[in-house]
Design a binder for this molecule. Structure first.
Ligand SMILES: NC(=O)c1ccc[n+]([C@@H]2O[C@H](COP(=O)([O-])OP(=O)(O)OC[C@H]3O[C@@H](n4cnc5c(N)ncnc54)[C@H](OP(=O)(O)O)[C@@H]3O)[C@@H](O)[C@H]2O)c1
Length: 301
C-alpha cells in the first residue's frame, strides 16, 4: 500500500523540491498544505489544501481527512527580520501551529519530520553538533526552538532536520534566496554589499529534500544536521557564486554586521558537524561549490 505523505509549506523553496522528489516515487501519495493558491506545476499529482496553519480546527480537519503516515512540516514564517517585529504572528505560525500537527501525530500512527534551523544556536562556537546547547539570539530562532522542544517532549516517532541558508529555484515564487539574489544583482551590474563576519554552510534545497526522503525511508528518529560541508563567510559565498556563474566579483563590496544594522541579530558563526547525518541517515554532504555547480547544471545550462 502507498504511504501518505503530507508536506506543509508545499509552495515554498523546500516544499516545491519535496513535492518534486516525492511525486516521482510511486510508493507515496502526496498531499500539500500552504497558505496561498497552489503554486507548483505538478499540482495534478498532489492533493492540495490551502489552509492557514494557525487555524487549528482547519488543520485538524485536513489531518483527519488525509490521515498521513508522514508529515514533513516545513511551513513557517521564515523572514527573520519580520519575526523580530511581528513576534506574536511568528509564535503563532512557527511554534503554536507546529503543536497542532504534533498533537495529531501523538494520537495517531504518524511520523513527524520537523524542519528546523541553525538559528537556534547563538553562533559563538560554530560547527555545531546535534547535542550542543541551543541559545537563540533572535525571535525566529526562539520560535523554532520552542517548536523543537514541543516535538521532543510529545513524540517518539519524530525527526528534526536542522538546516542552514537554503538556496534553490522555486517556480513562481516571489521570494528570493542568497544565490538567486547575488546572481541576479551581478547580472544586472548592480553593486552589492555583503557581510564578511558571518559564517555559514549553505544548503541546496535538493540536498535537503533528499535528506527528508532518507528520513522517511529509514524512519530515522532524533535530531540531524543537514548542510553543505564547508564553513564560509557570506562574502566568500558571494565570491563563489560569482565564480561559478562567471560574473563580475568587483561588484561585491564587503561590509561588517555592525554596519549593516539588521532588525534581528544574526549568529556570527554557525555551520554543522555532519557526522551523525552521514553515519545514521546516509546523508552525503557536498561542498558549496559542488552544490552550486549542480544547481547551475539543473537550471541554467
Ligand atoms: N530558507 C532558509 O534559509 C532556511 C534556513 C534554515 C531553516 N529553514 C526552515 O526550512 C523550512 C522551509 O523553509 P523555506 O525557505 O522553504 O520557506 P519558504 O520558502 O518561506 O516557504 C514557507 C512556506 O510556508 C507556508 N506558510 C507560511 N505561513 C503559513 C501559514 N500561516 N499557513 C500555511 N502555510 C504557511 C508558505 O505558504 P505560501 O507560500 O502559500 O504563503 C510557504 O509555502 C522552514 O521551516 C524554515 O524555518 C529555512
Amino acid at each position: 500500500m502507498k504511504q501518505k505523505i503530507l508536506i506543509t509549506g508545499s509552495n515554498g523553496l523546500l516544499g516545491q523540491e519535496l513535492v518534486s522528489i516525492f511525486t516521482k516515487d510511486a510508493s507515496f501519495d502526496v498531499f500539500g498544505i500552504s497558505k496561498g493558491e497552489n503554486r507548483i506545476s505538478d499540482f495534478k499529482k498532489i492533493t492540495y489544501y490551502n489552509v492557514d496553519i494557525t487555524d487549528k480546527s482547519k488543520v485538524t480537519k485536513v489531518l483527519e481527512t488525509v490521515k498521513p503516515d508522514f508529515i514533513i512540516h516545513g511551513a513557517a514564517m521564515t523572514n527573520v527580520d519580520l519575526c523580530e517585529v511581528e513576534q506574536k504572528k511568528c509564535n503563532a505560525v512557527n511554534t503554536e501551529a507546529t503543536s497542532y500537527f504534533v498533537d495529531f501525530c501523538k494520537k495517531n500512527t504518524c511520523h513527524f519530520i520537523f524542519i528546523s534551523t541553525d538559528f537556534i544556536f547563538d553562533g559563538k562556537q560554530g560547527f555545531y553538533s546535534e547535542t550542543d546547547k541551543a541559545n537563540p539570539i533572535n525571535y525566529y530562532g526562539l520560535s523554532k526552538l520552542k517548536a523543537e522542544n514541543y516535538v521532543q517532549k510529545n513524540l517518539v516517532n519524530f525527526t528534526i532536520l536542522r538546516t542552514i541558508l537554503v538556496f534553490g529555484k522555486p517556480k513562481k515564487s516571489t521570494k528570493s534566496n542568497i544565490v538567486l539574489w547575488i546572481k541576479g544583482s551581478l547580472e544586472n551590474n548592480k553593486k552589492i554589499t555583503i557581510i564578511t563576519d558571518q559564517y555559514r554552510m549553505p544548503t541546496y534545497s535538493k540536498s535537503l529534500a533528499e535528506a527528508c526522503l532518507l528520513s522517511v525511508k529509514k524512519r530515522t528518529k532524533g535530531i540531524f544536521h543537514i548542510s553543505s560541508n564547508e564553513l564560509l563567510s557570506i562574502y566568500e559565498i558571494a565570491l563563489q557564486i560569482a565564480s561559478v556563474f562567471k560574473l563580475n566579483s568587483d561588484l561585491i563590496l564587503p561590509i561588517t554586521t555592525q554596519k549593516l544594522n539588521q532588525k534581528a541579530k544574526r549568529p556570527k558563526k554557525t555551520g554543522f558537524n555532519l557526522e551523525k547525518s552521514i553515519t545514521y541517515l546516509g546523508f552525503k554532504p557536498k561542498s558549496f561549490k559542488e552544490e552550486l555547480q549542480l544547481f547551475k547544471a539543473e537550471y541554467f545550462h
